[in-house]
Design a protein around this ligand. Structure first.
Ligand SMILES: C[S@@+](CC[C@H](N)C(=O)[O-])C[C@H]1O[C@@H](n2cnc3c(N)ncnc32)[C@H](O)[C@@H]1O
Length: 249
C-alpha cells in the first residue's frame, strides 16, 4: 500500500485563507511533519498551530524535522552550497518520513502560502504518492490588499528572489522586457538601490496578520518611508516577511 504525502498550502498569513480542500486535508492527515528551522521563526510555527487547532477536530501526531545548518551567503560558490544543503535536507527528511509513515498512511506538511512558490520539492525516489493542495500565496495576498492586478492586460509578470534582482545590476531600473516584477525574500531592501524613475512600488509586510503593513506609490517618493516603516517593524518584532511589486508606470 502506497504512502501518501500531502503538501498543504495554508495561505500566507490569515487562517481564513485556508481553503476547504486544505481544511479537509488537515482533518484527514495521519501524521503532520513540522519543519523546525535553524533560526526558528516562532511566530510561523505558532501560525501553523493556530491553523491545526482551527481545522482539526481530533489529536494529530506530529513529527519534527530539523533543518541542517544553512550555508553562509558569503560562501564562495553559494549556489553549489545551497544545492548540497538541499540534497542533505531531502535525504534526512526522506529517511524521517519513511520511518514515521506506515504503509497506506497519509503524512503532510503545512506549507506557507502556496507550495509552488519557493517551497518544498518532493523526492521522486521515495515510494510515495505526492498530492499538492494549492494555497493563497503572498503574491496574491499582496495584490489583493493593494487592489491591483498582478499583471496588466496582455502583459507578463516576473517573480524573482531579491538576490536575482540585485545581481542583475538594476541600478538602471527594470530590464527592458519587463514591466512588472514581484520581489520576494528581500533582506537587503533592494528596491532602495535601483533607479526609481518611472517605477511604482506596492509593498506589503506581514500580510494577512494583525501586524500587516502596506505602502504604495512612486518609488522615488515612498522608498524612504518603506525603509523607515520596515526598520521600525524589525526593531519591534525581530523579523519581517515582506513582498513587493515594482511596476513600470
Ligand atoms: C520562502 S518564500 C515562501 C512563499 C510562500 N510559499 C508563498 O506562497 O507566499 C518566503 C517569502 O515570501 C514572502 N511572504 C510570505 N508570506 C508573507 C506575508 N504574510 N507578507 C509578506 N510577504 C510574505 C516574503 O517575501 C518571504 O521572504
Amino acid at each position: 500500500m502506497v504512502r501518501e504525502l500531502v503538501l498543504v498550502g495554508i495561505g500566507a498569513g490569515d487562517p481564513d485563507w485556508v481553503t476547504v480542500e486544505a481544511a479537509r486535508a488537515i482533518e484527514e492527515l495521519d501524521v503532520l511533519f513540522v519543519v523546525i528551522k535553524e533560526r526558528g521563526l516562532d511566530e510561523l510555527v505558532e501560525a501553523r498551530r493556530v491553523v491545526v487547532d482551527r481545522y482539526r477536530s481530533r489529536p494529530l501526531r506530529t513529527v519534527e524535522l530539523h533543518d541542517p545548518p544553512r550555508p553562509w551567503r558569503s560562501t564562495a560558490d553559494y549556489d553549489a552550497a545551497v544545492t548540497w544543503w538541499r540534497a542533505q535536507r531531502l535525504q534526512q527528511w526522506s529517511e524521517a518520513i519513511a520511518g514515521a509513515l506506515a504503509e497506506g498512511r497519509t503524512g503532510g506538511f503545512l506549507v506557507w502560502g502556496d507550495p509552488s512558490l519557493n517551497e518544498i520539492a518532493a523526492d521522486a525516489r521515495m515510494p510515495l504518492r505526492v498530492r499538492v493542495v494549492p494555497g493563497v500565496s503572498s503574491v496574491h495576498a499582496l495584490t489583493a490588499r493593494h487592489r491591483i492586478p498582478v499583471n496588466r492586460q496582455g502583459r507578463g509578470v516576473r517573480i524573482v528572489p531579491a538576490r536575482l534582482l540585485a545581481s542583475r545590476s538594476l541600478a538602471d531600473g527594470l530590464p527592458d522586457d519587463v514591466d512588472d516584477v514581484v520581489v520576494m525574500l528581500d533582506a537587503k531592501q533592494t528596491f532602495a538601490t535601483i533607479d526609481p524613475s518611472g517605477i511604482d512600488i506596492y509593498w506589503g509586510a506581514y500580510l494577512g496578520t494583525p501586524d500587516e503593513l502596506l505602502v504604495s506609490g512612486p518609488l522615488a517618493e515612498v522608498r524612504e518611508e518603506i525603509l523607515r516603516v520596515r526598520a521600525e517593524a524589525v526593531a519591534r518584532k525581530g523579523w519581517v516577511f515582506d513582498t513587493y511589486l515594482l511596476r513600470r508606470t
